[in-house]
Write a protein that binds this ligand. Structure first.
Ligand code: ADP
Ligand code: MG
Length: 342
């Protein structure tokens, strides 16, 4: 059974549907990332699940109990939902331990202490228990916010862009920490982000959201390698959309032959080719020229102008570097698989 079940939920603000007939089922212990551009309705979806908004239609079930829809509306404090926000939302006048204990008011003293200690241990901040939020780093504050969300042992933890206020280096570390903490707590979690890398690297499944709807739901690998549409392909990462002709198991294009992930009816099609599915060979008679490159250390993203006039993105390991202006041959990388898109 699903721990969180959003079924055909719509929520409008005036004429605008922020969430449009959206369904999503999250299993117990699962970490689902909702990935979409700014304004697509991610926060509204979380607020509907948390009980800060009431759906116009549809139902929401948490831990087997209907909390919204069909005449039912359970207020946020009775939904067993923990929330973590981008701006931490800690109480500045309370210490770390008081912040974490805040949601445990209904429990006895011993139980409150046990859960607070356990939550602080889980996030590795026992030694900061008596500090105030302004004495902590951004990453520590976000770990306190997570401890506070987990302490009441919620049925689901909702995280709204929890890393966006942190600088890049800290973000990657905290991302991994938060994932491990959620897994150790065996929490069911929905994490909202507009960051593709974050969604792909953290989640068991990724829900790609656009204009209030989920346009694709799948494992990170599926969402990356088999985008449901051209839009999803472009949103989830760098991509080249190339015309070709299906031969069933493979597609022939002007760059060469790509394997298709599943048999596809013969005929013209467009395929989504990720930059690492192309490779470059130094060749003074080659079919392309390097026009730009971004060096990332482990790999390099090249922009190359193909003889057909189009610009392609090619990502290669940085073992061999090509100078701008260099003539190269672009071809499908060994066993490159590319999915058809509309
Ligand atoms: P996201 O979190 O993906 O950036 P939001 O859920 O915050 O998107 O917003 C989705 C859409 O709904 C936006 O167009 C936003 O302006 C609108 N919206 C959200 N909350 C309200 C509100 N309380 N009143 C009016 N419009 C809102
Ligand atoms: Mg938002």
């Amino acid at each position: 059974m699903s721990d969180v079940w959003v079924e055909r939920v719509t929520k409008s603000f005036g004429p605008h549907k922020a969430v449009a007939d959206l369904s999503l089922a999250v299993a117990a212990g699962e970490l689902v990332a909702v990935l979409g551009p700014s304004g697509c309705g991610k926060t509204t979806l979380l607020r509907l699940i948390a009980g800060f908004e009431c759906p116009d239609s549809g139902t929401i079930t948490i831990g087997g109990r209907r909390v919204a829809g069909q005449g039912e509306f359970v207020p946020p404090e009775h939904r067993r939902v923990g929330m973590v926000f981008q701006d931490y939302a800690l109480f500045p006048h309370l210490t770390v331990v008081e912040n974490v204990a805040f949601g445990l008011a209904g429990l006895g003293r011993a139980e409150r202490r046990r859960r607070t200690r356990q939550a602080l241990e889980l996030v590795g901040l026992q030694h900061k228990a008596s500090n105030y939020p302004d004495e902590l780093s951004g990453g520590e504050r976000q770990r306190v916010a997570l401890a506070r969300a987990l302490a009441p042992e919620p049925a689901v933890v909702l995280l709204d862009e929890p890393f966006s206020n942190l600088d890049e280096a800290l973000r990657a570390d905290l991302r991994r920490d938060v994932e491990l903490i959620l897994r150790e707590a065996e929490a069911t979690a929905i994490l909202v982000t507009h960051d593709q890398e974050e969604a792909l690297s953290l989640a068991d499944r990724v829900a790609v959201m656009r204009d209030g709807r989920i346009v694709q739901l799948g494992s990170p690998e599926e969402v990356y390698a088999r985008p449901a549409s051209r839009w999803a392909a472009e949103f989830v990462g760098d991509v080249n959309v190339i015309s070709g002709v299906s031969r069933g198991e493979c597609a022939e294009t002007e760059l060469g032959t790509f394997d298709l992930p599943s048999p596809t009816p013969a005929g013209p099609l467009q395929i989504a080719v990720r930059p690492e599915q192309l490779e470059l060979v130094a060749d003074s008679q080659g079919n392309a020229e390097i026009v730009d490159r971004e060096f990332y250390g482990h790999d390099v993203l090249y922009r190359v102008r193909h003889e057909t006039g189009r610009t392609l993105l090619v990502k290669t390991p940085s073992l061999e570097l090509f100078e701008i202006g260099r003539r190269v041959h672009v071809r499908p990388a060994r066993s490159a698989v590319a999915a058809p898109v509309d």
